[in-house]
Design a protein around this ligand. Sequence first.
Ligand code: FNR
Length: 394
Amino acid sequence: MLQSTRKPAAKPFRSDETTDSGLPLTAAGLEERARQLMADGAYAFVAGGASAERTLRCNVEAFERYRIVPRIWHGAVDSGAPETAVTVLGTALAAPVLAAPIGMQELIFDGGELLVGAATADLGIGSVLSTCASSTIESVGPESGASWWFQLYWPADDDLARSLVERAERAGAKAIMVTADTPGIGWRPRALAAGGPSLLSGRGLANYLSDPVFRSRLAEPPESGEAAMQAAIELWEGIFGNHAVRPDHLKRLRGWTGLPIVVKGVLHPDDARAVVAAGASGVVVSNHGGRQIDGAVTALQALPRIVKAVGERADVLFDSGVRTGSDVIIALALGAKAVLYGRPWVYGLALAGRAGVAHAFRLLLEDLRITMGLVGAANVAEIAESVELVRAEP
Ligand code: FNR
């Protein structure tokens, strides 16, 4: 009798948990179900983009421009279970995926950031905690395992910036991701028309209100009454937007923390070169999910130029429009080291809290693992080395 010499798969693929959840099995399905169930203002806040939302739409459509050219009977995969683990900027991840930073999650689900930290930690993937989180750095950090990063909106107050960064490092963050495309919030008519939430309501300010430097700028503690809270919100309004940040600021940041620095929102190769020269060891090619500049280049279109400019000196990550395993493969084949996954898990959170977040990530990870096996990539590095893409015919 023939004996199989195959090793059993290290991580057998099981989709029962995913398929039995009763939740939709695609990112589009999650969005559709969430649209039906979420409050109008909250849905518009998540789904909407800037102005006419052209960039928002094009981010997803951009993936249609590339086609994977599959090989047959090819590659090193022999078990149907490719190795998806990677290390990005010193952070070990079970797959090249991190939860994108999403602010104000109390609007989506009570304690959202804590649940996202726990769900991603369970799956062994990364998460990025927003400056504008609804829970503090100190409460989310311990829930988030060993692979979380802190996202900094650089305020117009360097002492506060430094305090936020030091708090994140103390709480266990493994990198600081500075979002550079938001010197102010974009023009978002869909969210505005739906009476969407605003940070001016005081939501999403947990990290500011709990910060010793921020509090030292106030005459009274924000919790001492309505007028004191209003004063805190006004202080926040005065320091959130910051058009004065320049690449050289990263040198200050370098003096405040030993953690790797990543700049999110890079679309021009010259900017990528400038931030890497100033001390960033990673960049995230992103247009903020089409929420900032309508008509901005899609992140996928920008990706190859950025990889060419800095890919040998820095880790290039991709964000804005990732919805499927093939999207991850396309971004990695174009030179990204990992992707940020955004809106689909936010809809999962809205639908089923922590279980919904885990479900949304499993959809992506199972799709990725199966498709890697089918294209013959035994591990993540082989995607860049051997997956061939062609441009779709117009
Ligand atoms: C965001 N994004 C974001 N980015 C950031 O750096 N800090 C933040 O606080 C937020 N907050 C936020 C809230 C919501 C509701 C959304 C949808 C997005 C942008 C986010 O990190 C990411 O760039 C986009 O979500 C990527 O687009 P897709 O792939 O989700 O469409």
